[in-house]
Design a protein. Structure first.
Length: 638
């Protein structure tokens, strides 16, 4: 199953016919240059090329009023003066005699993409379109947008394909208020948007772009707004937003289809966004979305006005859709303080509606709004330049709130020490960077003796001393003093040392441990199969007994003919370049799967019927596979 690229040259026909500095950035070259880059990199050739068709007026009617569609139909016959006058009735809009045709192609391209994915012709795809769609409303053009391409596609997926849960990810740097309005009270469409907001001082200047707009009635909790209150947000901020806001909700929602309102004005260099995210970031974001909905991702171009940045970002996204591994992210990987505030604000606003946000956000009471920098209180992070407000919290409370936030985000505090090394004897052959600390200290003798007693291999002095250092290092990591460490131990004692380290880790602070063993190393016998440890042995023996917590695999690359089951078990890319659907995360802890209803929404009425769709491997997409199915998928080849 491949990747579709939907396009039609006619969409380059519409252009601005008069002087308008606000609108001139939405130009035909946006499409031609992006397409040219795709060709130059051989990416277009790897896609299934589909020529866009026009959406029918009936299809436009899924979202727009008949009067509005008729008005647009009429623009084809207007002269420049009349077009300009009509354009003036809307905010940030220009019409051209070819606008109606282009806009119908743009909506039609989105429909064609959804049809290709939902009929199984392709796994995913991108529609390269103009004009964009996410600002357009039932009876209004807005922000360069004429018909709401993504909203029409979502309605179509519900109506024509019988879908019940669709996720729309709007990573354009403007708030897609059009999409928000259309699905405001609809619990079958989860709409996520991040956008440049600057406390309401950025276009389109709407209060309903803030975190406290969460949807209405039955749709309460299905609108998720993440406003950026400063420019300059970058890779770390975007990834943090996905990890801490979008993905938890998306997993709980369990969509059958992901639509991306793919605006690249959120990328570095764009004059509208003024953000810093590099093109590779969009490959990573795309890859993260591919774990949802069995990888059914339909992206539809929205904004993006820096021609080079736009083109690079489009290439990165298409590469990720094709299954190529993304390039590493560059630049600082620490989110901005303002981004963390926004993330915390939306988490607080959404917590009443989503189980996955509930336990963790219990502690501080936070203002769910970031609307007014002067008038309101930010109990979360006092002292920032934008918070001169009366501070009602004591400093101590604020510190507690802050550290709790940072704990939740697991991004801070960075342990004072980055890396420590525990060696048995200072090996002269080991050349370590000067800032790496050699850990000389040892865990208390008494404790060590108790731990070592059951293990013959630890009776030797050398091994016993090594164990002391290993345990001390482990404790320092678990206490947050050290970020990471390397310990050496004599080979015969390796298994026993690891065994003790695992037991001590689990009995101390660690809830769950991932043990990656490279080479032939036996899994400790007393390791319980209770889900607290996942034993991954690269180039190790097969598990003696069936267990989903024991994965053993040959070294990738060494075994060309590695069996497909092993590849799939690890969620790795198979040789043909397609990603197999990875096992879904979190199956070990039952999830509720539904956001809680708003009080005013009455009894839970959102159904969860069987999905009409199946994954590539024949599993039904929904309800989500239980642990039984996961363990089946982990069964070694017979
Ligand atoms: C689709 C899109 C932006 C409109 C900006 C108006 N529209 N200032 O990016
Ligand atoms: Zn935009």
């Amino acid at each position: 199953m491949g990747t579709a690229l939907v396009y039609h040259e006619d969409m380059t026909a519409a252009r601005l016919l008069w002087d308008d500095p606000e609108c001139e950035i939405e130009c035909p070259e946006r499409l031609t240059i992006a397409l040219e880059r795709l060709r130059q990199r051989g990416l277009e050739q790897r896609c299934l090329r589909l020529a866009a068709r026009e959406a029918s007026e009936e299809e436009l009617g899924l979202v727009h009023s008949p009067e509005y569609v008729a008005l647009l139909r009429g623009t084809q016959a207007l002269g420049t003066g009349e077009l300009q006058a009509l354009s003036g009735q809307y905010d940030a809009i220009y019409f051209h005699p070819s606008t109606f045709h282009c806009a119908r192609l743009a909506a039609g391209a989105a429909l064609q993409l959804v049809d290709a994915v939902l009929t199984g012709a392709v796994q995913n795809g991108l529609a390269l379109v103009r004009p964009p769609g996410h600002h357009s409303q039932r009876a209004a053009a807005n922000g360069f947008c004429v018909f709401n391409n993504v909203a029409i596609a979502a309605k179509h997926a519900k109506q024509k394909h019988g879908l019940h849960r669709i996720l729309i990810v709007d990573w354009d740097i403007h708030h897609g208020q059009g999409i928000q309005y259309i699905f405001e009270d609809d619990p079958s469409v989860l709409y996520f948007s991040w956008h440049r907001y600057e406390h309401g001082r950025f276009w389109p200047y709407l209060q309903e772009s803030d975190t406290d707009a969460v949807g209405q009635g039955q749709g309460c909790g299905f609108t998720v707004n993440l406003p950026w209150n400063q420019v300059g947000m970058g890779n770390a901020d975007y990834v943090a937003a996905f990890l801490h806001v979008l993905l938890p909700l998306a997993f709980e929602f369990d969509p059958e289809l992901v639509l991306v309102a793919a605006g690249f004005d959120s990328a570095v260099g764009d004059p509208e966004g003024q953000m810093q995210a590099t093109p590779e970031c969009f490959a990573h974001l795309t890859q993260l979305l591919q774990v949802l909905a069995c990888g059914r991702v339909c992206a539809v171009l929205e904004g993006g006005y820096h021609l080079e940045s736009l083109s690079q970002s489009v290439c990165m996204m298409v590469q990720a859709l094709l299954g190529d591994p993304p390039l590493p992210l560059s630049g600082p990987m620490e989110p901005h303080r303002s981004a963390l505030e926004s993330i915390q604000s939306v988490r607080a606003a959404q917590a009443p509606h989503w189980m996955s946000l509930q336990q963790q956000d219990a502690a501080p009471v936070l203002s769910p709004s970031t609307r007014s920098p002067e008038g309101s209180i930010s109990p979360l992070l006092p002292g920032g330049p934008e918070f001169k407000a009366p501070v009602v919290q004591t400093e101590a409370q604020a510190v507690v709130a802050l550290s709790s936030l940072l704990d939740q985000l697991r991004l801070y505090p960075t342990p004072p020490l980055r890396t420590a090394v525990a060696l048995t004897e200072l090996d002269a052959a080991l050349v370590l960077p000067p800032d790496v600390l050699h850990w000389e200290r040892s865990a208390p003798q008494k404790e060590m003796q108790a731990w070592a007693r059951p293990h013959e291999a630890l009776a030797q002095d050398k091994s016993f001393n090594a164990l002391g250092k290993v345990l001390y290092l482990l404790d320092s990591i678990l206490d947050g003093q050290v970020s990471s460490g390397i310990a050496a131990t004599p080979a015969p004692a390796a298994a026993a040392t690891l065994d003790v380290a695992i037991q001590r880790g689990l009995s101390h602070r660690a809830q769950r441990l991932l043990c990656v063993a490279v080479g032939q190393l036996d899994r400790p016998l007393d390791l319980a199969d209770d889900g607290r440890t996942l034993w991954l042995n690269i180039r190790g023996k097969e598990a003696a007994a069936l267990s989903m917590f024991h994965v053993s695999t040959p070294l990738p690359g060494l075994l060309k003919g590695c069996d497909p089951v092993t590849w799939r078990r690890l969620g790795w890319t198979s040789q043909n370049g397609h990603r197999d659907p990875a096992p879904r995360a979190g199956v070990n802890r039952p999830r509720t799967g539904r956001p809680r209803q708003c009080p005013e929404a009455g009894p839970a009425s959102t159904r969860r019927p069987e999905s009409p769709l199946a994954c590539a491997d024949g599993r039904p997409c929904s309800p989500r596979p239980g642990s039984k199915q996961l363990s089946e998928s982990l069964t070694p080849p017979s």
